[in-house]
Design a protein around this ligand. Sequence first.
Ligand code: ZN
Length: 307
Amino acid sequence: MRASLVAIFVTGLIAPSAHAKTQSAEQANTASERSCANDPTWTAAQAPFQIYGNTWFVGPRGLGVFLITAPTGDVLIDGGVPQDAALIEANIRALGIELRDIRWILNSHAHCDHAGGIAQLARDTGAQVIAGAADAALLARGGHDDPEYGDRFEFPRVQVTLTVTNGEQLRLGDLLLTAHSTPGHTKGNTTWTWTSCDGMRCLPMVDIGSLSAPDFQLIGNAKYPNAVEDFRTSFAMVAALPCDIALAPHPEMVDFWARVAKRDQGDVTALIDPTLCRTYANDSRETFEAQLAKERADAASAKKPRP
Ligand SMILES: [Zn+2]
């Protein structure tokens, strides 16, 4: 079963029709957060492929959904929007992996574009769902009463079977995953790290939790009074991570598709960039501080603050 992975890896990379279709969809992708229904790339087909070692891309073109394989069972990170469950399941099967081999589904954060498909995926695989402790309640109510979005982006309710806090490690056979709490985008936003090996070369892998604050009310939000401190802690946390291959819930956060394209053209190390976590964290911090300063200035000048 596992022997078929290599063959599918090659097919996935060179499938021209899949590329042509998804490139044009990607160009329409300009904002990081929006309704779960209106970004075509979030449901666009993408052939699954090997990222590095036992780490595979199994999502739609516009959302990071990752499969980490191990002899003792496999781990899925995130589940896309609700409509993505079938696409993700088909991608997993296309790699020669049975759905029942998925033991855990990890969540990066409780928003509809990353947790939307998890309820169905958990049902169909029988996997345990693991998430940051501070997101468990928001997952259980399906995004209802989100501190920043209210009820704008609801999704099928997710029952979390195991919660993690900062620094907790999960072991599945010889696979070790570490949860890093990176709150702000949601209270339980989690950056996951693990190691993947290609032969003898083992690299630290990171799925960076989103550090953006799109349309957020950062100050005076009674539902999230510590948002600013949380974001600042998270910028420092992500910047300091050992990070040879950076992945993300939104591929554009780490310029993923441009790197994949370079690799497809023969640059075998195009996905390896130990500076990327730091760069993403620092860029996010800059954007955040500017957004915060504007929010403060707007409030001070007695303009109507954002709702
Ligand atoms: Zn989000």
